[in-house]
Design a binder for this molecule. Structure first.
Ligand code: 5GP
Length: 199
């Protein structure tokens, strides 16, 4: 029998390095299934529909909300973001480690629906470094950057409620920390004892 997969929620301010961390984990051979969110924000340069996000109109998003196809959603910086329900449940049922990369409100929403989920908060080395990362990204306007910094300060107040906190100073170390968390959470699985007793 396949055990139910582990659901990991990864939050952290925009620019804390969540995307890079997950790409590093995948490059390391980490066996994770990333949930692809829907959003109404415009794609940034290099972002691909169906890979980074499903980019949708407000009307399409609201239709999906009305048909309960969205597990949780939020409005961030004036745009809708939401997690598609079916994909997450199907991957968990198949025993996958599913990672949701979402902001803090969504994380709380998921924890209420999936009490066994594991919540990980990624922090930048400092707010100064965070601002510089957002500037270096060159895809956000200065106004957008200041808004994201203000949201980041607010988001950081929620970090103590998470199960784990990773400080992203060196990406490879942060990815190793994340993989250690997944490994440890998988070792909580008590169903393995049944197998031991029956062999
Ligand atoms: P960005 O515009 O930088 O891609 O994302 C902005 C914020 O929205 C990030 O903190 C990101 O983690 C969060 N986010 C992305 N997808 C979702 C989602 O489906 N649900 C929620 N609640 N937040 C999301």
């Amino acid at each position: 029998m396949t055990n139910k997969g582990v659901l990991i929620v990864l939050s952290g301010p925009s620019g804390s390095g969540k995307d890079s961390l997950l790409q590093q984990v995948i490059a390391n051979g980490g066996d994770i299934a990333l949930s692809i969110s829907l959003t109404t924000r415009q794609p940034r340069e290099g972002e691909v529909d169906g890979m980074h996000y499903y980019f949708t109109t407000r009307e399409q998003f609201e239709q999906k909300l009305a048909s309960n196809a969205i597990l949780e959603h939020t409005i961030y910086n004036g745009e809708y973001y939401g997690t598609p329900k079916d994909a997450v449940d199907a991957q968990l049922a198949a025993g996958k480690t599913v990672v949701l990369e979402i902001e803090v409100e969504g994380a709380a929403n998921i924890a209420a629906q999936y009490p066994d989920c594991v919540r990980v908060f990624l922090v930048p080395p400092s707010l100064t470094v965070l601002r510089q990362r957002l500037i270096d990204r060159r895809t956000n306007t200065l106004e957008d950057i200041e808004r994201r910094i203000a949201i980041a300060k607010q988001e950081l107040t929620h970090a103590p409620g998470f199960d784990y906190i990773i400080r992203n100073c060196v990406l490879t170390d942060a990815a190793a920390d994340f993989q250690a968390i997944i490994r440890a959470e998988m070792l909580r699985d008590k169903t393995i004892l049944d197998e031991v007793m029956n062999l």
